[in-house]
Design a protein around this ligand. Sequence first.
Ligand SMILES: [Zn+2]
Length: 217
Amino acid sequence: MYAINHAATALLLKKKEPKLPLFPLLVSVQLVEVLWVLFNYLGWEHFSISGGSVHLDYLPYSHSIFSGVVAAAVSFCVINWGYKNRKLAFAFAIGVVSHVIIDMVFHEKDIQLSPFSATPVLGFGIIDHPVLNFIIEFAYGIFCWWYFKGSRALLWVIIMFNVIDLPIMLAHGDALTPFMHYPFLLPTVILFQILITWYFVYRYASLRSEARQAINN
Ligand SMILES: [Zn+2]
């Protein structure tokens, strides 16, 4: 799943627990992806390009079921005992796990149960059908906005970033050559997407809650 729709998942958490700050929730749903970027820079995980498309061959440390659960548990402990905020700890942990579960729906068979077991690998492979991928992600992003009762500006943010993702989803063949020659390029593009979607979703989702608070006051 692309950055904007992972970010949209934070809206579901925020709606459930409106008093929690949005930014840590946005971090939670992308923690696994930030680790993926970091591990790719470090060379611990890698992707490949073959048959004209990108394959996320090796990502057992950031994107396995086991590491998702461990990252969620560690986050829970740090926030619960370190910051004494059980509600945020719980929501953050759900956000972390949501990433792996959602990716399992979209990824090719590349999500391991744990870093210690090469098989089985999970993934429904929707990513291999770019138009279907676009429609499902787009519908999911809109659903999160609708559930959150976001502003029109936030809806535009979700629409625009989904539309921008479409050419990336459709990219194949020669369009991917730069990513082959410069392995740091793909993680950097993803990192940039994470940061920019954090910014826009935070900005336009917060505006809404501030406006609502003003009305309530
Ligand atoms: Zn991911």
